[in-house]
Design a protein around this ligand. Structure first.
Ligand SMILES: [Zn+2]
Length: 252
């Protein structure tokens, strides 16, 4: 049995296009992706989308961010609903990996209570620092749920055989990471918010909101090198790309 990858859309966010592509006018509606990886040694989830409270009380959950983002998120679209529809029991997810700890990537962490949480140490430390975390959108209600924690430093091979590997892509947040998944059909890189859109990479458009713009540029260059070597990039929030991604079935 080889590695299988499943993609889920756990809601949508609409916001000013300028947030994603600097100096661009208009609005954009973007998907909130979550992924399941099935490996012979266990199941991993990469990013957990938004918390179900966001479906009915976005302001209560997100505070001022509810002014920035219009949330489109219906019951059943949360991670556990998506997993159930794919016949996967959320209590049997072994590993929980977040690209980073923003509300649209870690909001569903609470739903995977039995998973071991694989987190970049520098992301976790920033999130736990009361002077840094909340200022940068790393809120305890998303990530502080008593998971068994495996802090990692940089590249990390999840199952020990090179098939699913965390890749440090710092910049969007202090400890942002992407995930390399080796399918039979070739390598896939789940970029997370290291690369919002295809155009982000093609035009090297570093978003105007970043923890470290220079680090983000370097991460984009890494993603470009991986792409040049044949990896398929799954962009963090690209609505056009997302239309080409089959939902809830193993990606070929
Ligand atoms: Zn995001």
């Amino acid at each position: 049995m080889s590695v299988r990858l499943f993609a889920f859309t756990c809601g949508w966010l609409e916001a000013s296009l300028d947030l994603f592509l600097p100096d661009h006018e208009g609005r954009i509606r973007v998907p909130v992706p979550s992924y399941l990886i099935e490996h012979p040694k266990g199941r991993a989830v990469f990013d957990t989308g938004m918390h179900p409270q966001t479906q009915t009380d976005a302001r209560g959950r997100l505070g001022w961010l509810a002014d920035v983002f219009d949330v489109g998120f219906a019951p059943g679209e949360e991670l556990t609903g998506r997993l159930a529809a794919a016949d996967v029991d959320p209590s049997r997810i072994d590993l929980l990996v977040n690209s980073h700890l923003h509300f649209d990537h870690a909001g569903g962490n609470e739903l995977l209570e039995n998973a071991r949480w694989v987190v970049q140490r520098r992301e976790w430390e920033a999130a736990r620092d009361a002077d840094i975390g909340p200022q940068h959108g790393l809120h305890p209600e998303d990530w502080d749920h008593g998971h068994d924690v495996l802090p990692i430093d940089g590249e990390h091979d999840l199952f020990g055989d090179g098939s699913v590997v965390c890749l440090p892509t710092w910049g969007h947040t202090p400890g942002h990471q992407s995930l390399l998944v080796r399918l039979d059909s070739g390598d896939v890189v789940l970029t997370g918010d290291a690369c919002y859109l295809r155009r982000t990479l093609e035009e090297m458009l570093v978003p105007r909101i970043a923890w470290d713009a220079e680090a983000m540029r370097e991460s984009l260059q890494l993603l470009r090198r991986l792409q040049q070597r044949g990896a398929r990039l799954f962009y963090g929030h690209d609505p056009e790309f997302w239309q080409t991604v089959p939902q809830g079935v193993a990606i070929e």
